[in-house]
Design a protein around this ligand. Structure first.
Ligand SMILES: *Cc1c(COP(=O)(O)O)cnc(C)c1O
Length: 360
C-alpha cells in the first residue's frame, strides 16, 4: 500500500489492479477479469450486460445473500426462487428445469460454502434454453468442480473481496468475463459509460460518453491490499483447509451421537474452504447451542433467511412452502468460527465447548 502511494496512482486501474486482474485471469483461465468495488456491483454489471428489463425472470436460489437477486431486481427483473439440494445446499438442478419459461433471462447459481453446484446439469439446461448463466462465486474462489475452477463456467461470474470472505480488501469484488463478447461493454459500464479503457490502450484518440454505466473501480490502494493476499493464496487456503478438517475430524463422533449433520462435499468437488457449518436437528437445538457457546465467549451464527419469505420476496409472491428445503435448512444451520487467523488453541477451545453440549 505504501508502494501504491509512492507510485502516485491510487485511483482505479493502476499497477496493483492490473496485477490482481492478471493473477485472477490466469488462475481462472478467464479472458478478462475486472476488479470492482464489490460483488454486489459486479452482479449489477452482469444485469446491465445481459440487458435485463422489467418483466424478465431471473432464477436464483432462495438460500443466498440479497445481492444475488437484488442486482437483477434493480433492472426490473422478477425473481424466480429455486429450492436447494439437501446435501450441498446448492441450487437444485432437477427443479430448475420446471422453472425456465420464455421470459427467463438468467440463471444465477451460488456455490454455497465454496462447494460447486451441479454445473454439468445447469449448463446443459441453460444451453438448451439459450439462457446465460451468471455464477455468484462469492464463496468459491479457488474451488473446483470436476477439475475446473469455480467462476469459469458462467458467461459471467462474480467474486467478493468483502472482509468476510477468504480473500479481501475490506470491500471489493470482481467481474469474471468468460464470454469475450461482453468484455468491451463491461469496460465501458465500469468507467461511467465512457470508452476510457480503450483510450488508455491507445485504441481511440479521445474518450467520450458512449453508453450507460457507473463507477465500479476500486482504488489501487485496495488492490495493493488484495494482491498481497492473493499472492499468499496457498498459505491462506492451507490454513483454512487445516481448520476445516480439524472441525470435521474432531466433531464427527459428537455429531453422530447427537443427530447433527456435518457438511457434505461430493467426490467431484474441491471446495474453497469458505465455511464450516453444522446442521442441527431442530431450530430449538440450534438456538440452544448458540446460547451454550455464547455463555463460553464463542460467537457462532446462523446464515441466510429464505429470500422468498423476506419482505421483498413476499412482495413478489413468495409464500411458506415454496422452497421447503431452504426453509428447513435456514432454521437449523449454524456456522462455526472460521477465519484465517483462528489459532489451533482457540479452535481447540471452540471444539471443547461444542462437545460439552448435548442435544436434549
Ligand atoms: C458476500 C456475498 C455477496 C456480496 O458481496 P459484496 O462484495 O459484499 O457485495 C454476494 N453473494 C454472496 C453469495 C455472498 O456471500
Amino acid at each position: 500500500m505504501a508502494q501504491a502511494i509512492a507510485n502516485g496512482h491510487i485511483s482505479g486501474d493502476g499497477p496493483f489492479t492490473r496485477q490482481c486482474s492478471r493473477l485472477l485471469e490466469e488462475t481462472l483461465g478467464a479472458p478478462r477479469v475486472l476488479l470492482t468495488t464489490s460483488c454486489t456491483h459486479a452482479l449489477e454489471m452482469a444485469a446491465l450486460l445481459l440487458d435485463i428489463e422489467p418483466g424478465d425472470e431471473v432464477i436464483v436460489p432462495s438460500f443466498t445473500f440479497v445481492s444475488t437477486i437484488n442486482a437483477f431486481v434493480l433492472r426490473g427483473a422478477r425473481p424466480v426462487f429455486v429450492d436447494i439440494r439437501p446435501d450441498t445446499l446448492n441450487m437444485d438442478e432437477v427443479q430448475l428445469a420446471g422453472l425456465i419459461t420464455p421470459r427467463t433471462r438468467a440463471i444465477v447459481p451460488v456455490h454455497y460454502a465454496g462447494v460447486g453446484c451441479e454445473m454439468d446439469a445447469i449448463l446443459a439446461l441453460a444451453e438448451k434454453h439459450n439462457v446465460p448463466v451468471v455464477e455468484d462465486n462469492a464463496h468459491g474462489l479457488f474451488g473446483h468442480y470436476r477439475g475446473r475452477p469455480l467462476g469459469s463456467f458462467g458467461a459471467l461470474a462474480t467474486q467478493s473481496f468483502h472482509e468476510t470472505k477468504n480473500f479481501h480488501c475490506g470491500e471489493g469484488g470482481a467481474l469474471v468475463i468468460n464470454d469475450p463478447r461482453y468484455i468491451e461493454r463491461a469496460e465501458i459500464l465500469r468507467e461511467k459509460g465512457t470508452n476510457r479503457s480503450r483510450f488508455f490502450r491507445g485504441e481511440v484518440d479521445k474518450y467520450t460518453w458512449v453508453d450507460v454505466g457507473s463507477s465500479y473501480l476500486p482504488s489501487d490502494l485496495l488492490a495493493a491490499f488484495l494482491l498481497a493476499q492473493l499472492e499468499a493464496r496457498d498459505e491462506i487456503q492451507g490454513r483454512r483447509r487445516r481448520i476445516w478438517h480439524t472441525y470435521a475430524a474432531q466433531l464427527a463422533d459428537w455429531a453422530a451421537a447427537n443427530g447433527i449433520r456435518l457438511p457434505v462435499i461430493p467426490e467431484h468437488c474441491a471446495q474453497s474452504y469458505h465455511m464450516f457449518y453444522l446442521l442441527m436437528p431442530s431450530l430449538e437445538a440450534r438456538q440452544a447451542l448458540i446460547a451454550h457457546l455464547r455463555a463460553r465467549g464463542i460467537l457462532a451464527v446462523f446464515h441466510y433467511v429464505p429470500l422468498h419469505l423476506s419482505e421483498m420476496g413476499v412482495r413478489f409472491g413468495g409464500k411458506p412452502g415454496d422452497c421447503p428445503v431452504t426453509e428447513d435448512i435456514s432454521d437449523r444451520l449454524l456456522r462455526l468460527p472460521f477465519y484465517n487467523t483462528l489459532s489451533a488453541r482457540d479452535q481447540e477451545r471452540v471444539i471443547e465447548a461444542i462437545c460439552s453440549f448435548q442435544v436434549p
